[in-house]
Design a protein around this ligand. Structure first.
Ligand code: NDP
Length: 403
């Protein structure tokens, strides 16, 4: 429900799920540029109390959610002391609650990983404009999620820069004449590194993305190219195309964010500087455009644009994602769950970089066939695959120290 003010266009009410993360911060940066158009209704985080406190002081939301209870208590104390009227809620259920508030029109779904599934789904079921950054939600629940969007009159706007670019390059209605989606990816920090040294990669090296500044999990996913794999599955659901119609194109400069190839030989691309505020502003204002604070692309500074085919030997995770989507919904859930456990353990120095794909391959071998039709089955497969991945690590953990 838009917030009315006398003589003005009503402001759109916004809930930002994952406000303290990389996408959350970029979202608030764009919102701060348009105080007359948007009003923050709710902000959520997991444990970063100080960051959420500062955000509450700047945006005065009606609600602030901290999933972690102790963090919620600490935030409530600080806000009370500062005389704030923001109400603090805690627990995972509160995320779903603030995603479905009547005064919220738009929900930025920017929690990382499977934790974002239920609140993103709640926003879709409540018929909101869902600005989806949390690709893992769609990978896990593809059909169920898309059905919820359709059945409840929600709007789904992709935030991933590639999917946002595809959305901008697609026909206004339907997909008549579309031959192929060309999903670009930079190839991450290890595109040219000697493949025999990949097992030596450290977490610090893996999170140092050459073009984008992002959260830790997606940065590791970019280094393994699992991120691109998740994006292939995400694109299949968002644009209702088979994976055979999606070609990954390595484009190291990240200037073209993706393209659509048409049957008449045309290719339509969306270009821009690598800054997530562009797709965020696009989703907020769609079908209009608003200032995002992003510099205009300077063509005279662009040295060149390069393109390569992806190397599945170097990036087996990308191949596994294509395989998983072919296998069905259970396999996609297993892929995502094993990847989340693998990345967490890589970042904690418990497994090495080249064990990430091994763990995922193992999860795919154990996944049920077919596609789950109800949420409960999705959550069961997710829990089973996480347990199997933890067991794999326990059984295969190297005696030697991991870098
Ligand atoms: P970050 O790690 O930077 O932020 C994650 C956010 O989720 C934080 O607000 C964090 O809270 C919160 N969070 C973490 N765990 C939980 C949990 N268990 N329950 C509730 N909230 C939780 O991630 P990013 O912003 O990089 O990515 C968010 C999503 O957007 C991911 O799905 C990613 O794939 C996608 N994406 C990101 C892009 C980017 O440029 N960063 C680009 C395209 C897509 P706290 O800070 O308190 O831990």
């Amino acid at each position: 429900m838009a917030v009315e003010q006398a003589g003005q266009t009503p402001k759109k009410g916004i809930t930002v799920l994952g406000a303290t993360g990389s996408i959350g911060l970029s979202t608030l940066d764009v919102l701060a540029r348009h105080p007359n158009d948007y009003q923050v209704i709710a902000l959520t985080a997991n444990t970063q109390t100080d960051v959420l406190f500062q955000q509450c002081q700047a945006f005065h939301p009606k609600y602030a959610v901290m999933v972690d209870e102790a963090s919620a208590e600490a935030l409530a104390e600080k806000l009370n002391a500062a005389g704030s009227s923001t109400e603090v809620l805690s627990g995972a259920a509160a995320l779903e609650q603030v995603a479905a508030l009547p005064e919220t029109d738009y929900v930025m779904a920017a929690i990382v990983g499977a934790a974002g599934l239920l609140p993103s789904l709640a926003a879709a079921k409540a018929g909101k404009r869902v600005m989806l950054a949390n690709k893992e939600a769609l990978v896990m629940s593809g059909k169920l999620f898309m059905d919820a969007v359709r059945d409840n009159g929600a709007e789904l706007l992709p935030i991933d820069s590639e999917h946002n670019a595809i959305f901008q390059s697609m026909p206004v209605q339907g997909k008549a004449g579309v031959k192929r989606i060309l999903l670009t990816g930079s190839g991450g920090p290890f595109r040219t590194r000697d493949i025999d040294t990949l097992h030596e990669v450290t977490p610090a090296q893996a999170v140092a993305h050459p073009n984008w500044s992002m959260g830790q999990k997606i940065s590791v996913d970019s280094a393994t190219m699992m991120n691109k794999g998740l994006e292939v599955i995400e694109a299949c659901w968002l644009f209702d195309v088979p994976s055979s119609q999606i070609q990954v194109v390595i484009h190291p400069q990240s200037t073209i964010h993706s393209m659509v190839s048409y049957i008449d030989g045309s290719v339509i691309a969306q270009l821009g500087n690598p800054d997530m505020r562009t797709p965020i502003a696009y989703a907020l204002a769609w079908p209009q455009r608003i200032d995002a604070g992003v510099d205009e692309l300077d063509f005279f500074q662009l040295a060149r644009l390069d393109f390569e085919a992806p190397d599945f030997n170097r990036f087996p995770c990308l191949k596994f994602a294509y395989d998983a989507h072919q296998m069905g919904g259970y396999a996609s859930i297993a892929l995502n769950a094993a990847n989340e456990i693998a990345v967490e353990n890589f970042l904690n120095h418990r497994i090495n970089f080249t064990e990430i794909p091994q763990l995922i391959e193992n999860a795919l071998e154990q996944a049920s066939s077919g596609t789950p039709l109800v949420l409960e089955d999705i959550l069961i497969q997710d829990a089973d695959s996480r347990e199997q991945a933890r067991l794999w690590i326990k059984n295969n953990k190297k005696q030697t120290t991991v870098l």
